[in-house]
Design a protein around this ligand. Structure first.
Ligand code: ATR
Length: 482
């Protein structure tokens, strides 16, 4: 794992190295990101790394770097730095400077021969890599910017066609899995950067890569699981599944796949032998025609949040309703009181899972939604009452207020001031359950808590449905984590 150093001073770069000592195997010193006043100090850096190997890089602007001087000045800088203890030097495909190559050879500095493509992934990636003008021990490097799952497939196929040491990485949201799976894909290293910097789009920080994704444990045999969505990189699910793999000693990893097409993702599951995946917005409903088998709850709910990949095809389940029910049943047990009437705010996929669960408990349900026709449609399908989401419905809601469940994105970060029931008077006897989990306590939950209501947040549901997924994926119970 290579830590990119892109701070403007040597001092700051060294403090980043200190912060991640024990995580990084080597560092990339981006001299092009230094304040030019610091150039004279650049030579000192390798000797201050206490044995950590360093890559020397002076990246041009057109290759995504920060060096603004002439090409002659850049080559001069490379030439000056090479003899000062660097283990590697990154040279772009067109750099044929004999002096630099000779100096690198004499000092035992290994050349990384790089090219960059910020537009996508070239069709002829393997040929492009093979045609890099390099000597036998140079390491080819391609930094590409996949714009779709199709691009990601091309990148992975291209990488597979290149033998020997190689660094072939995808930037951006679609490229994210290549950073985690570098070892599984036969890559020489993966780049990381300090959390607040993120030197390249989609780059992940060392602690997340090592502690969440268990980067050091990943190899060619690691079984792959994941989550598809768009957007999806913010998901908390990798932080739930990966530590549990670690705890049980399973050689598995769970990675987010930013996805634009289910057809292409199916190709990717074949290519990478993905064993199973979670499904989030906007694919929960769209994925149903792709399933070869589905749990009976999917027919009622109309959406799927879990897929296991088998030789017979994709098997779908929806664990949202179990995830929803578990924390609720715990509270109902505590309350020791019969609840028979509930309000559900929202009429989308999440709402359908909630209404299905509440109906299974035998409750009468009122669905309130911003778009009344959608509330009406869902209510008719699931045998409930409905009303528009507005102040005029508050008296109606108070007749269905043993439990109030909030399933929309109102109140979710960054809309933290949103409250779908603004002006509604909680009596304190309601159970108020908000599926939003960022923030942990939404404005509506806070108001309900202050009125004395029992309040449940979305994190508990997220965890419970993840435990069900984990069991389906691995055949093992989710372990208690320390
Ligand atoms: P999910 O699968 O997460 O339920 P969805 O199917 O897109 O996602 O449904 C989103 C729900 O949140 C809908 O009930 C939507 O109301 P509309 O049917 O009127 O679109 C509701 N929703 C989203 N943004 C909202 C907002 N700003 N105010 C009120 N309701 C909102």
């Amino acid at each position: 794992m290579c830590l990119c150093l892109t701070a403007p001073t040597v001092e700051e770069n060294l403090s980043i190295v200190d912060k991640y000592r024990g995580y990084a195997d080597l560092v990339e010193f981006r001299v092009d990101k230094l304040n030019p006043r610091e150039y004279p100090h650049a030579l000192r850096l390798p000797s201050l790394l206490e044995g950590l190997p360093a890559i020397l890089t002076v990246r041009r602007k057109e290759d995504g770097g920060g060096f603004t001087g002439s090409e002659a000045e850049r080559l001069q800088k490379l030439h000056a730095c090479i003899p000062h203890g660097f283990r590697y030097v990154d040279l772009e495909a067109d750099v044929r400077d004999e002096g630099i190559l000779k100096s690198a050879h004499e000092k035992g500095v290994r050349v990384i021969r790089s090219f960059h493509d910020f537009q996508g992934v070239p069709d002829d990636l393997p040929e492009r890599i093979r045609s890099l003008p390099r000597s036998a021990d140079e390491i080819p490097k391609a930094a590409l910017f996949p714009r779709s799952i199709k691009d990601l497939i091309r990148l992975i196929n291209g990488s597979g066609a290149v033998k020997g040491d190689k660094i072939i990485l995808g930037m951006g949201e679609f490229g994210f899995p290549t950073r985690v799976l570098a070892a599984k894909l036969g890559g020489y290293l993966s780049f990381t950067s300090e959390k607040r910097i993120n030197a390249a789009p989609g780059q992940v920080d060392p602690e997340t890569l090592i502690n969440v994704y268990r980067f050091r444990e990943i190899d060619g045999y690691t079984a792959l699981f994941g989550i598809i969505g768009n957007p999806v990189l913010h998901t908390r699910s990798p932080g739930i599944h990966n530590p549990a793999f670690g705890k049980l000693g399973l050689n598995c990893v769970y990675v987010p796949f930013h996805t634009d097409s289910l057809e292409h993702f199916r190709e990717l599951t074949d290519l990478l032998d993905v064993k199973g995946f979670s499904v989030t917005i906007p694919f929960k409903e769209r994925i149903i025609p792709f399933l070869s088998e589905k749990g009976e709850e999917i027919d009622h709910i109309g959406s799927c949040n879990t897929v296991t990949v088998t030789s017979a095809g994709w098997q779908g389940r929806n664990f949202d309703y179990i995830g929803f029910l578990k924390p609720l049943q715990k509270e109902l047990g505590h309350k020791g009181k019969a609840c028979s009437r509930a309000t559900v705010i929202g009429a989308g996929g999440a709402s359908r899972a909630v209404v299905y669960a509440l109906r299974k408990l035998g409750m009468e349900v009122l669905i309130v939604n911003r778009t009344p026709e959608r509330a009406k449609r869902t209510a008719e399908q699931l045998g409930c009452s409905w009303a528009p989401l507005s102040g005029d419905s508050h008296s109606r809601i108070s007749g269905y207020a043993d439990i109030i469940v909030q399933t929309t994105s109102v109140g979710m970060h960054p809309d933290v001031d949103g409250d779908p029931l603004a002006g509604y008077h909680f009596t304190g006897s309601e159970i108020v359950y908000d599926l939003v989990y960022t923030p942990n306590v939404t404005k509506m939950m806070k108001r309900a808590g202050e009125a004395g209501c029992t309040v449940i947040g979305g994190l508990e549901m997220l965890l419970e449905q993840a435990y069900c997924q984990f069991e389906t994926f691995t055949g093992r119970k989710y372990p208690g984590l320390d």
